[in-house]
Design a protein around this ligand. Structure first.
Ligand code: SAH
Length: 357
Protein backbone atom coordinates (compact mmCIF):
# COMPACT_ATOMS: atom_id res chain seq x y z
CA UNK A 1 0.00 0.00 0.00
CA UNK A 2 1.24 3.52 -0.83
CA UNK A 3 2.32 5.39 2.36
CA UNK A 4 -0.40 7.82 3.47
CA UNK A 5 2.18 10.63 3.55
CA UNK A 6 2.53 10.38 -0.27
CA UNK A 7 -1.24 10.35 -0.83
CA UNK A 8 -1.60 13.41 1.44
CA UNK A 9 1.16 15.29 -0.41
CA UNK A 10 -0.54 14.55 -3.73
CA UNK A 11 -3.97 15.59 -2.46
CA UNK A 12 -2.67 18.86 -1.00
CA UNK A 13 -0.58 19.64 -4.12
CA UNK A 14 -3.69 19.11 -6.25
CA UNK A 15 -6.46 20.60 -4.07
CA UNK A 16 -4.60 22.96 -1.73
CA UNK A 17 -4.39 22.77 2.08
CA UNK A 18 -6.93 20.51 3.84
CA UNK A 19 -8.72 21.08 7.18
CA UNK A 20 -7.40 19.49 10.39
CA UNK A 21 -10.66 17.52 10.44
CA UNK A 22 -9.99 15.99 7.03
CA UNK A 23 -6.35 15.35 7.94
CA UNK A 24 -7.40 13.54 11.15
CA UNK A 25 -10.07 11.61 9.32
CA UNK A 26 -7.66 10.33 6.61
CA UNK A 27 -4.95 9.50 9.17
CA UNK A 28 -7.29 7.70 11.58
CA UNK A 29 -8.94 5.60 8.90
CA UNK A 30 -5.52 4.41 7.70
CA UNK A 31 -4.20 3.97 11.24
CA UNK A 32 -7.02 1.79 12.60
CA UNK A 33 -7.43 -0.20 9.37
CA UNK A 34 -3.82 -1.35 9.34
CA UNK A 35 -2.98 -2.47 12.90
CA UNK A 36 -3.97 -3.43 16.43
CA UNK A 37 -2.82 -0.23 18.22
CA UNK A 38 -3.46 -1.44 21.78
CA UNK A 39 -1.22 -2.88 24.50
CA UNK A 40 2.44 -2.72 25.37
CA UNK A 41 3.59 -3.57 21.83
CA UNK A 42 1.21 -0.96 20.36
CA UNK A 43 0.79 2.78 20.84
CA UNK A 44 -1.55 3.12 23.84
CA UNK A 45 -3.25 1.12 26.60
CA UNK A 46 -6.91 1.51 27.58
CA UNK A 47 -8.73 0.81 30.87
CA UNK A 48 -10.18 -2.62 29.85
CA UNK A 49 -6.65 -3.73 28.86
CA UNK A 50 -5.39 -2.78 32.34
CA UNK A 51 -7.87 -4.89 34.31
CA UNK A 52 -10.92 -7.14 33.95
CA UNK A 53 -12.51 -5.17 36.81
CA UNK A 54 -13.28 -2.27 34.46
CA UNK A 55 -15.48 -4.26 32.05
CA UNK A 56 -17.03 -6.30 34.86
CA UNK A 57 -18.25 -3.20 36.69
CA UNK A 58 -19.66 -1.77 33.45
CA UNK A 59 -21.48 -5.10 33.01
CA UNK A 60 -23.06 -4.67 36.45
CA UNK A 61 -24.03 -1.10 35.51
CA UNK A 62 -25.74 -2.42 32.36
CA UNK A 63 -27.58 -5.14 34.33
CA UNK A 64 -28.91 -2.65 36.85
CA UNK A 65 -30.12 -0.27 34.13
CA UNK A 66 -31.67 -3.17 32.19
CA UNK A 67 -33.42 -4.39 35.34
CA UNK A 68 -34.77 -0.87 35.94
CA UNK A 69 -36.08 -0.81 32.36
CA UNK A 70 -38.19 -3.92 33.10
CA UNK A 71 -35.78 -6.43 31.50
CA UNK A 72 -36.80 -5.96 27.84
CA UNK A 73 -35.31 -7.69 24.78
CA UNK A 74 -32.49 -5.26 23.98
CA UNK A 75 -29.59 -4.23 21.76
CA UNK A 76 -26.27 -4.12 23.60
CA UNK A 77 -24.07 -1.82 21.50
CA UNK A 78 -20.38 -0.98 21.79
CA UNK A 79 -18.78 1.80 19.76
CA UNK A 80 -15.12 1.13 18.90
CA UNK A 81 -14.64 -2.15 20.81
CA UNK A 82 -10.83 -2.38 20.28
CA UNK A 83 -9.73 -5.94 21.06
CA UNK A 84 -13.17 -6.89 22.44
CA UNK A 85 -11.82 -7.07 25.99
CA UNK A 86 -14.36 -4.69 27.56
CA UNK A 87 -17.27 -6.55 25.93
CA UNK A 88 -15.92 -9.98 26.99
CA UNK A 89 -15.53 -8.86 30.64
CA UNK A 90 -18.89 -7.08 30.59
CA UNK A 91 -20.74 -10.14 29.23
CA UNK A 92 -19.13 -12.42 31.81
CA UNK A 93 -20.44 -10.30 34.67
CA UNK A 94 -23.98 -10.21 33.22
CA UNK A 95 -24.26 -13.93 34.14
CA UNK A 96 -25.47 -12.63 37.50
CA UNK A 97 -28.93 -12.25 35.90
CA UNK A 98 -29.16 -15.34 33.67
CA UNK A 99 -32.17 -13.93 31.73
CA UNK A 100 -29.94 -11.28 30.22
CA UNK A 101 -28.28 -13.71 27.81
CA UNK A 102 -31.55 -14.66 26.16
CA UNK A 103 -32.65 -11.01 25.96
CA UNK A 104 -29.62 -9.21 24.53
CA UNK A 105 -28.22 -9.17 21.00
CA UNK A 106 -24.73 -7.69 20.81
CA UNK A 107 -23.84 -5.07 18.16
CA UNK A 108 -20.26 -3.94 17.60
CA UNK A 109 -19.74 -0.71 15.69
CA UNK A 110 -16.22 -1.05 14.29
CA UNK A 111 -14.68 0.18 11.05
CA UNK A 112 -11.33 -1.62 11.29
CA UNK A 113 -11.18 -5.09 9.69
CA UNK A 114 -8.05 -5.89 11.75
CA UNK A 115 -9.85 -5.16 15.03
CA UNK A 116 -13.08 -6.90 13.96
CA UNK A 117 -11.02 -10.08 13.69
CA UNK A 118 -9.60 -9.64 17.21
CA UNK A 119 -13.10 -8.99 18.57
CA UNK A 120 -14.41 -12.15 16.94
CA UNK A 121 -11.72 -14.22 18.65
CA UNK A 122 -12.19 -12.53 22.04
CA UNK A 123 -15.96 -13.05 22.02
CA UNK A 124 -16.33 -16.45 20.32
CA UNK A 125 -16.86 -18.39 23.54
CA UNK A 126 -19.25 -15.95 25.24
CA UNK A 127 -22.42 -17.64 23.97
CA UNK A 128 -24.02 -14.36 22.82
CA UNK A 129 -24.90 -13.58 19.21
CA UNK A 130 -22.88 -10.79 17.57
CA UNK A 131 -23.32 -8.41 14.66
CA UNK A 132 -20.78 -5.95 13.28
CA UNK A 133 -21.68 -2.57 11.76
CA UNK A 134 -19.79 0.38 10.28
CA UNK A 135 -22.11 2.99 11.79
CA UNK A 136 -24.51 3.16 14.73
CA UNK A 137 -27.35 4.08 12.32
CA UNK A 138 -27.06 0.56 10.89
CA UNK A 139 -27.95 -1.13 14.22
CA UNK A 140 -31.61 -2.29 14.14
CA UNK A 141 -33.97 -0.43 16.46
CA UNK A 142 -34.88 -1.68 19.94
CA UNK A 143 -34.28 -0.81 23.62
CA UNK A 144 -30.61 0.05 23.84
CA UNK A 145 -27.70 -0.34 26.23
CA UNK A 146 -24.60 1.31 24.77
CA UNK A 147 -21.00 1.73 25.90
CA UNK A 148 -18.19 3.74 24.32
CA UNK A 149 -14.76 3.75 25.97
CA UNK A 150 -12.05 5.85 24.32
CA UNK A 151 -14.17 6.12 21.17
CA UNK A 152 -15.12 9.81 21.06
CA UNK A 153 -11.49 10.96 21.41
CA UNK A 154 -10.74 9.13 18.13
CA UNK A 155 -13.18 11.20 16.07
CA UNK A 156 -11.89 14.11 13.95
CA UNK A 157 -12.38 17.74 15.01
CA UNK A 158 -12.15 21.10 13.25
CA UNK A 159 -9.82 23.64 14.82
CA UNK A 160 -10.06 27.44 14.63
CA UNK A 161 -7.34 29.84 15.76
CA UNK A 162 -8.07 33.32 17.14
CA UNK A 163 -6.53 36.12 15.03
CA UNK A 164 -7.05 39.89 14.70
CA UNK A 165 -9.37 39.09 11.76
CA UNK A 166 -11.54 36.62 13.74
CA UNK A 167 -11.50 32.80 14.07
CA UNK A 168 -9.58 31.28 11.12
CA UNK A 169 -9.68 27.54 10.42
CA UNK A 170 -6.47 25.61 10.96
CA UNK A 171 -5.30 23.78 7.86
CA UNK A 172 -2.63 21.28 6.91
CA UNK A 173 -0.54 22.32 3.92
CA UNK A 174 2.83 21.64 2.32
CA UNK A 175 6.14 23.43 2.59
CA UNK A 176 8.40 21.68 0.10
CA UNK A 177 8.01 18.02 1.03
CA UNK A 178 6.92 18.72 4.62
CA UNK A 179 3.41 18.87 6.04
CA UNK A 180 2.85 22.08 8.02
CA UNK A 181 0.00 23.76 9.88
CA UNK A 182 -1.41 26.98 8.45
CA UNK A 183 -4.58 29.10 8.62
CA UNK A 184 -7.33 29.84 6.15
CA UNK A 185 -6.95 33.59 5.52
CA UNK A 186 -10.71 34.36 5.72
CA UNK A 187 -12.25 34.14 9.20
CA UNK A 188 -15.40 32.13 10.03
CA UNK A 189 -17.95 34.92 10.73
CA UNK A 190 -20.50 32.71 12.58
CA UNK A 191 -17.96 32.10 15.35
CA UNK A 192 -17.85 35.78 16.37
CA UNK A 193 -14.67 37.42 17.67
CA UNK A 194 -12.00 35.56 19.64
CA UNK A 195 -11.27 36.76 23.15
CA UNK A 196 -7.52 36.42 22.69
CA UNK A 197 -5.39 36.00 19.57
CA UNK A 198 -3.76 32.57 19.59
CA UNK A 199 -6.67 30.83 21.36
CA UNK A 200 -7.71 27.56 19.74
CA UNK A 201 -11.36 26.53 19.43
CA UNK A 202 -12.10 22.87 18.66
CA UNK A 203 -15.33 21.89 16.95
CA UNK A 204 -16.10 18.17 17.44
CA UNK A 205 -18.65 17.91 14.62
CA UNK A 206 -18.33 14.13 14.22
CA UNK A 207 -18.77 13.54 17.97
CA UNK A 208 -21.83 15.80 18.07
CA UNK A 209 -23.34 13.89 15.12
CA UNK A 210 -22.75 10.51 16.81
CA UNK A 211 -24.19 11.76 20.11
CA UNK A 212 -27.19 13.24 18.28
CA UNK A 213 -27.80 9.82 16.71
CA UNK A 214 -27.54 8.10 20.12
CA UNK A 215 -29.98 10.59 21.66
CA UNK A 216 -32.51 10.09 18.85
CA UNK A 217 -32.23 6.35 19.26
CA UNK A 218 -32.68 6.43 23.06
CA UNK A 219 -35.62 8.81 22.75
CA UNK A 220 -37.30 6.55 20.18
CA UNK A 221 -36.44 3.12 21.62
CA UNK A 222 -35.57 3.87 25.30
CA UNK A 223 -32.33 2.82 26.97
CA UNK A 224 -29.03 4.22 28.20
CA UNK A 225 -25.53 4.99 26.95
CA UNK A 226 -22.33 5.18 28.96
CA UNK A 227 -19.44 7.27 27.61
CA UNK A 228 -15.96 7.09 29.17
CA UNK A 229 -13.06 9.11 27.84
CA UNK A 230 -10.39 11.61 28.72
CA UNK A 231 -11.70 15.09 28.53
CA UNK A 232 -13.17 18.10 30.27
CA UNK A 233 -16.38 20.03 30.90
CA UNK A 234 -16.16 22.92 28.41
CA UNK A 235 -16.17 25.50 27.11
CA UNK A 236 -12.40 25.76 26.99
CA UNK A 237 -9.92 27.09 24.50
CA UNK A 238 -6.82 25.10 23.66
CA UNK A 239 -5.21 22.82 21.13
CA UNK A 240 -5.71 19.27 22.45
CA UNK A 241 -4.67 17.42 19.29
CA UNK A 242 -2.03 14.87 20.19
CA UNK A 243 -0.28 11.99 18.51
CA UNK A 244 1.05 8.89 20.27
CA UNK A 245 3.40 6.29 18.89
CA UNK A 246 4.86 3.51 20.99
CA UNK A 247 3.34 5.15 24.12
CA UNK A 248 5.27 8.39 23.44
CA UNK A 249 3.98 11.74 22.19
CA UNK A 250 5.08 12.59 18.65
CA UNK A 251 4.45 15.52 16.28
CA UNK A 252 0.91 15.01 14.82
CA UNK A 253 2.22 15.78 11.31
CA UNK A 254 5.34 13.62 11.60
CA UNK A 255 4.00 10.16 10.74
CA UNK A 256 0.55 10.51 9.20
CA UNK A 257 -1.51 7.35 9.58
CA UNK A 258 1.22 5.64 11.63
CA UNK A 259 0.57 7.35 15.00
CA UNK A 260 -2.64 7.48 17.05
CA UNK A 261 -4.31 10.90 16.79
CA UNK A 262 -6.73 12.05 19.50
CA UNK A 263 -8.27 15.14 21.05
CA UNK A 264 -9.71 15.66 24.52
CA UNK A 265 -13.47 15.20 24.64
CA UNK A 266 -15.61 18.22 25.56
CA UNK A 267 -18.30 16.48 27.63
CA UNK A 268 -20.33 19.66 27.91
CA UNK A 269 -20.85 19.70 24.15
CA UNK A 270 -21.73 15.98 24.19
CA UNK A 271 -24.27 16.53 26.98
CA UNK A 272 -25.72 19.48 25.05
CA UNK A 273 -26.02 17.35 21.90
CA UNK A 274 -27.82 14.66 23.93
CA UNK A 275 -30.22 17.13 25.56
CA UNK A 276 -30.97 18.79 22.19
CA UNK A 277 -31.98 15.32 20.99
CA UNK A 278 -34.47 15.14 23.93
CA UNK A 279 -32.39 12.65 25.92
CA UNK A 280 -31.28 13.12 29.55
CA UNK A 281 -27.63 13.50 30.61
CA UNK A 282 -26.21 12.14 33.91
CA UNK A 283 -22.84 12.96 35.46
CA UNK A 284 -20.24 14.22 34.97
CA UNK A 285 -18.08 12.05 37.22
CA UNK A 286 -14.41 11.27 37.22
CA UNK A 287 -13.59 7.68 36.30
CA UNK A 288 -12.14 7.17 39.79
CA UNK A 289 -15.33 8.30 41.57
CA UNK A 290 -17.51 6.30 39.17
CA UNK A 291 -15.59 3.03 39.59
CA UNK A 292 -15.48 3.47 43.38
CA UNK A 293 -19.23 4.12 43.47
CA UNK A 294 -19.75 0.87 41.53
CA UNK A 295 -17.63 -1.04 44.07
CA UNK A 296 -14.21 -1.49 42.49
CA UNK A 297 -12.53 -1.74 45.90
CA UNK A 298 -14.76 -4.66 46.94
CA UNK A 299 -14.21 -6.36 43.57
CA UNK A 300 -10.43 -5.95 43.92
CA UNK A 301 -10.52 -7.50 47.42
CA UNK A 302 -12.59 -10.46 46.15
CA UNK A 303 -10.12 -11.08 43.31
CA UNK A 304 -7.15 -10.75 45.67
CA UNK A 305 -8.63 -13.28 48.09
CA UNK A 306 -7.99 -16.04 45.54
CA UNK A 307 -4.82 -14.63 43.96
CA UNK A 308 -1.12 -15.42 44.38
CA UNK A 309 0.96 -12.62 46.00
CA UNK A 310 2.24 -11.58 42.53
CA UNK A 311 -1.30 -11.48 41.12
CA UNK A 312 -2.50 -9.51 44.17
CA UNK A 313 0.22 -6.93 43.54
CA UNK A 314 -0.94 -6.68 39.91
CA UNK A 315 -4.54 -6.13 41.05
CA UNK A 316 -3.40 -3.35 43.40
CA UNK A 317 -1.41 -1.69 40.62
CA UNK A 318 -4.39 -1.89 38.22
CA UNK A 319 -6.76 -0.50 40.85
CA UNK A 320 -4.41 2.40 41.43
CA UNK A 321 -3.99 3.13 37.72
CA UNK A 322 -7.72 3.07 37.02
CA UNK A 323 -8.75 5.24 39.96
CA UNK A 324 -5.75 7.34 41.00
CA UNK A 325 -5.82 11.12 40.64
CA UNK A 326 -2.81 12.97 39.27
CA UNK A 327 -0.86 12.87 36.03
CA UNK A 328 -0.03 9.13 36.01
CA UNK A 329 -3.48 7.81 36.97
CA UNK A 330 -6.66 7.64 34.91
CA UNK A 331 -8.93 8.40 37.88
CA UNK A 332 -9.24 12.12 37.31
CA UNK A 333 -8.20 12.63 33.70
CA UNK A 334 -10.93 10.27 32.49
CA UNK A 335 -14.58 11.26 32.84
CA UNK A 336 -17.89 9.44 32.69
CA UNK A 337 -21.16 10.68 31.19
CA UNK A 338 -24.38 8.72 30.83
CA UNK A 339 -27.18 9.60 28.44
CA UNK A 340 -30.62 8.02 28.75
CA UNK A 341 -34.21 8.19 27.61
CA UNK A 342 -35.74 11.19 29.37
CA UNK A 343 -37.93 8.87 31.48
CA UNK A 344 -34.89 7.29 33.21
CA UNK A 345 -34.14 9.72 36.00
CA UNK A 346 -31.20 7.99 37.71
CA UNK A 347 -28.40 5.60 36.78
CA UNK A 348 -25.93 3.77 39.05
CA UNK A 349 -22.74 5.53 40.10
CA UNK A 350 -23.46 8.96 38.61
CA UNK A 351 -25.03 12.10 40.07
CA UNK A 352 -27.90 13.83 38.28
CA UNK A 353 -26.64 16.60 36.00
CA UNK A 354 -27.43 19.92 37.62
CA UNK A 355 -29.84 21.99 35.48
CA UNK A 356 -27.52 25.02 35.66
CA UNK A 357 -24.65 23.12 34.01
N1 SAH B 1 -12.87 0.77 23.32
C1 SAH B 1 -11.62 0.08 23.15
C2 SAH B 1 -10.74 0.63 22.02
C3 SAH B 1 -10.49 2.10 21.94
S1 SAH B 1 -9.54 2.53 20.51
C4 SAH B 1 -10.88 0.03 24.47
O1 SAH B 1 -11.29 0.69 25.40
O2 SAH B 1 -9.89 -0.70 24.56
C5 SAH B 1 -10.76 3.18 19.41
C6 SAH B 1 -11.65 2.14 18.76
O3 SAH B 1 -12.59 2.82 17.93
C7 SAH B 1 -10.98 1.14 17.85
O4 SAH B 1 -11.65 -0.08 17.96
C8 SAH B 1 -11.17 1.76 16.46
O5 SAH B 1 -11.00 0.86 15.42
C9 SAH B 1 -12.57 2.30 16.61
N2 SAH B 1 -12.92 3.40 15.72
C10 SAH B 1 -12.22 4.54 15.51
N3 SAH B 1 -12.90 5.39 14.70
C11 SAH B 1 -14.07 4.78 14.41
C12 SAH B 1 -15.22 5.14 13.64
N4 SAH B 1 -15.27 6.31 13.02
N5 SAH B 1 -16.26 4.27 13.58
C13 SAH B 1 -16.21 3.08 14.23
N6 SAH B 1 -15.14 2.69 14.98
C14 SAH B 1 -14.10 3.51 15.05
Amino acid sequence: MKPLRDTLRETIALEGPITVERYMSLCLRHYYATRDPLGSAGDFTTAPEISQMFGELIGLWMLEVWNGMGRPACRLIELGPGRGTLMADLLRSTRLLPDFKGSATVHLVETSPALREKQQTALASSGFSFHWHDRIEDVPSGPTLLVANEFFDALPVRQFVGTGRGWCERLVGLEGEHLIFGLRPEPEPVLGRPLKPGDVLEWPGAAIDVMGGIARRLTRDTGAALVLDYGYWGPAFGDTLQALKGHKPVDPLEEPGEADLTTHVDFHRLAQAAVSGNARAHGLSSQGDFLRALGIDTRASALKARATPAQAADIDRALERLTERGPTGMGDLFKVLAVTHDGIDAVPGLPALSPSS
